[in-house]
Structures are given as structure tokens and as C-alpha cells.
Write a protein that binds this ligand. Sequence first.
Ligand SMILES: Cc1ncc(COP(=O)(O)O)c(C=O)c1O
Length: 384
Amino acid sequence: MIPLCIPNLGGNEARYLQECVDSNFVSSVGPFVDRFEADVASATGAAHAVATTSGSAGLHAALTAVGVGRDDLVLLPSFTFIASANAIAQCGASPWLLDIDEATWGLDPQALEVALTRETERRGDALLHRASGRRVAAIVPVHCLGLPCDMDPIIRVARAYGLPVVADAAAAIGASYRDRPIGQLGADLSVLSFNGNKTVTAGGGGAVLSNEASLAARVRHLTTTARVGSGFDHDRVGFNYRMTNLQAAVGCAQIEQLDAFVAAKRRIARQYDVAFSELLGVRAFPTPDWARSACWFSGLSWDGRDAEELVPLLQAEGIAARAFWKPMSEQVPYRSAPREPTPVCDRIWRSVLTLPCSSSLTSDDQAAVIAALRKALERDAEVE
Ligand SMILES: Cc1ncc(COP(=O)(O)O)c(C=O)c1O
């Protein structure tokens, strides 16, 4: 099988792990954790990075840090991985589902503004969702497939309504927007993931980025059981979300290779785009000229068709292709979440096919994927 997206562990990973064992620093305090945080901050242009056990944990801590709480609503694009919605639910809040735009497949700034203008009203300090009376507490844009959302208008709307922004940047390390790196896009907090299928992995892990020292300190406090001093004093409900030195050791070795990994991912994406540009009914993933995707996943969208149909045809040829996210509006836990119309998401999500795109993918393997997909599409055309 040519795998979809696997780790590329050819650097200093084993050596740094051995250092953890030799030094007896395997837990959540250790030199690799500090170094990983500094490396992540520097790679993303953020002033501060707080390493966490996972991206999901980072999202939960970040939302808690900006004050999301019980019964609140948080604006979220319906097209995302379920971890973004789950983090909101873990705060006792609900996602308020919005549409994505064609240009990025991320949160549509216009849909955001329309929803806030039509559906909310201010009462004292609080912004309330008129229909339910619930407080609107934050906005979570999601950088889909490693491509930044159109952040300037999103931030402008957020400021106008006094709402904090927690960006789900799980797969966006290495991306840029209007020549700014992912930690400099105006969000109060941005959250990365380092799970096994991400461009840079720590085995599992996450990081919360901030440009404000006090907010980063609040996240750090929350992720370390809100402990005060060195005894058993805790000043609020906190979480045990700190990354371990073992995870950070792998993360440090990986981040040393970030530029090479992102370059490889972009090359793979370009090859697919070129190979499929002539095929009827096939569209490349969005590539607006004002952002550079980190190309976490490569693939295509199969105009108006169900990408799931292609998966078994490719698997039969030894290729691990997959359909992509199913929207939150379709997920059992969020069926009754408040929502606005999502025509773009509804049209796109079934058509997205992800293709092998590990940074270690060889050109021979990519050529095999391209040939197999052409064959599958031709077979489909014959059946029709
Ligand atoms: C958009 C998005 N958000 C959140 C996450 C959760 O990250 P983690 O798996 O590190 O918890 C992922 C992971 O794939 C993701 O793609």
C-alpha cells in the first residue's frame, strides 16, 4: 500500500529520545519541552508557544483561556475535524455552525459578519444570540488542509463585535497569509497539532501560540493543573495537558526538518495539480494568490461527485486514498447545534479526495498514484 500520510523520521528523533532516557527526563518537565516551545514560536512567528499533549487539548485550554464557558456559543465553520467542535463542547458551550468560502474552504468572513449582524444583539457587556439568548463567546476559524483562512476580514469582524479569536491551525505550520507566518495572523490564540499525520509530528502533541505574554501565561497555567507555587495549591479548575519531554524530543528533531518537509509537501501538491488539471470534473484544492498553503494534505475535488466512490478503486491498486472531513452539521453530537445555511460546505465536502502525500513520498510512488487515479476516472467514465 502507498500510505496516505505517514511520519518521516529520518532526522535526530532516535538520538534525542535516547537523550531523554539517558538523562531520565521523560515526563512533562525537561529541556526538550522548552526547546520545542522556542522552536515552534520561531517557526510560526509567534512571541510565545505553550506545548500541550495534543491539538485537541490545546484547543480546550485556549478556549477556556479566552473565557468560553457553560452555555456559550462559539462560531465555527461546519467543515472541520470534530476536535474543533469537541473542544467547544468540553467548555460546556456549543458550536454555532457557519459556512466556508470557495477561496479557502475556511470560515467565510462574509457569512460570519451576516450571522453576527442579523442574529445577535448587545446586552450590557454581553453579545447575545437573539433566538436562544445564549452568550456568543468566541470565533474559531479553521485553516483547512494547511491553507490559512482569509484572516484580515475575520479579525476585523471579531474586533467590531469584541469577540476573541482562537484559530484552529492544527495543520498549518509552515503556511503564510499575505506574507505573514501562521502565528502572526491576528488571532488571540492559534493552536497547532503534532499528531502522527501532521507535517511535523511529536508522536502526539499540540501547541498554543500567542503574541500576548499574559494570555500565554494563562494557557500555561491552565495546562499545568492551575497550580500556584510548588505545593498542592490550585486556583481554578485546570488540566494536565503539558507535553512530555519524550514527545518534545521527537518534535524538536522534526522541526529541524520543517522547511524540507513543507517544500516536499508543496512539490507533491503541485505535481497532482499539474497531472489532473486537464481532467474533466476534477478540481485542485484552493490556492488563493494571497496565501501559501503548507499543503498538509494533497488531493482533488471531484466536481459534484462523491469522492468515496473512488476510494475502493484506488485501494484495489494499492493506494491509500481517503475522503475528507464530514461536516459538523452531519455529526451526531452536533445535529442540534445552531447553524446558518452552509451551501458551500454542503456542495464541497463529499467531493474531496485526499491522496498519498507523505513528505517521504517518492516520485515513482506519486506517478503510480496518478496513473491509478486516471485509470479509476476513466473506468468511471466508461461505466457512465
Ligand atoms: C482541524 C483539526 N483540529 C484539531 C485537530 C486535533 O489535533 P490532535 O489530533 O492533535 O488532538 C486536528 C487533528 O487532526 C485537526 O485536523
